[in-house]
Design a protein. Structure first.
Length: 155
């Protein structure tokens, strides 16, 4: 055999070895991706156990609103949610978060709106706001009294 033939043979063997290793690497990458996907699925399930439903993206404004309402344990006004999450109570911020939360309310998922601009959680049963009863008006409030002698009657 000539030196040329020997070198060509070694080149072909090395190319074949590289192809085999590349296939093994590709298989290992697919396996690794599958493990990562399983890990993410497990984390999402455990997030639901910790209070944040899996369908809410961690750290999003909606997830933060969920956390505020959960911590408070009762329905919370949009201004309070924005303040507690460190966002300003600007018209744009209110409109944005209200719109996002309202989408969940319309689909009857996660959030409720028991009062105007006030949001609660379905899981906590926040379907209506229990308002404190206001004090009664004073006795005789709203009754007409006949004019006394000497009172002017406006015309």
């Amino acid at each position: 055999m000539s030196e040329q033939t020997i070198i060509e043979s070694k080149i072909k063997r090395k190319e074949s070895e590289i192809q085999s290793l590349e296939k093994k690497i590709e298989t290992a990458k697919v396996y690794l991706q599958a493990l990562n996907d399983i890990q993410k699925a497990i984390e999402n399930e455990s997030d639901g156990d910790l209070g944040v439903p899996a369908m809410l993206r961690k750290g999003s404004a909606v997830a933060q609103a969920h956390d505020v309402i959960l911590e408070e344990g009762k329905p919370v006004h949009i201004d309070d949610i924005l303040t507690r999450t460190g966002k300003g109570t600007t018209r744009e911020a209110k409109a944005s978060l209200t719109s996002s939360l309202s989408a969940y309310v319309r689909r009857s998922e996660i959030f409720t709106r028991p009062a105007p601009n006030t949001f609660g959680l379905i899981d906590l049963g926040h379907f209506e706001v229990i308002e404190e009863k206001e004090s009664e008006p004073p006795e005789g409030f709203g009754e007409a009294h006949p004019p006394s002698v000497g009172d002017e009657i406006p015309f």
